[in-house]
Structures are given as C-alpha cells and as structure tokens.
Design a protein around this ligand. Sequence first.
Ligand code: 5GP
Length: 114
Amino acid sequence: MTEPSVFTRILRGEIPAEIVTETENVFVIRDIAPKAPLHLLVIPKSPDYRDVTELAAGDPALLAEMVAVAKDVAAEHGDGDFRLVFNTGSGAGQTVFHVHAHVLGGDLTEGSLG
Ligand code: 5GP
C-alpha cells in the first residue's frame, strides 16, 4: 500500500493546517511556502488522482468543481483575479502526487506568463 499523501494526512487531522473552506468533495488550505500574496491549494478529498491529467480523464466534474472553488476562494480571500497552476510531473515541480491546484493571487502582472 502506498503512503497517504501529505494532503490526506492534513484532511485526517494528522498534520496541522487551517482548512480555509471545504465542500463535499474538495478542501482548501494555505500553502505552507507561499509564492504569491495569496497562495491557496484546492485539493480533492479523494486521493485517487495523482495529477490533473488523471483527474480530467477520470472525473471531469470534480475538476470543474475545483475550478469553481478556486474562483470562490480567489474572490473571498483576494480581489477575484487569480492564476491556476497544476504542476504535472516532477520535472515541472510537482512534489505531492495527490492532485491539487495552486490558486495564486495578488498583483502578478510582473511575473505574467503572457
Ligand atoms: P507541488 O509542488 O506538488 O505542485 O505543490 C505542493 C505544495 O504543497 C507546495 O507548494 C508546498 O509548499 C505545499 N505543502 C507541502 N507540504 C505542506 C504542508 O504540510 N502544509 C501546507 N499547508 N502546504 C504544504
């Protein structure tokens, strides 16, 4: 059996973290090492999907729910504008293989990808 991810351990209360909000299927925490003025993680409660490609193929409705929750928390905790990042694969910086979306907000125009 594989070890539970850090996010599953947070959800179980085994690792301390403030749950910013949650729905039936998704929960949100603040990133422990923020990379932007607002840096939240939107995480499915299910540990079944390692990354966004698996989630999109296996449960697109859950992916859509994550995006909707990201929109809500960006409005509630920031100014409503946000960058949504799914690191996918270790070469892209993914370190936790339990799919999660980084919600980055604040003034990000300096580091714009566009
Ligand atoms: P990844 O690098 O996999 O895309 O993102 C994992 C994120 O989880 C990182 O930004 C990292 O700072 C965050 N993280 C890792 N461990 C913890 C923890 O114990 N608590 C919180 N709140 N965030 C964590």
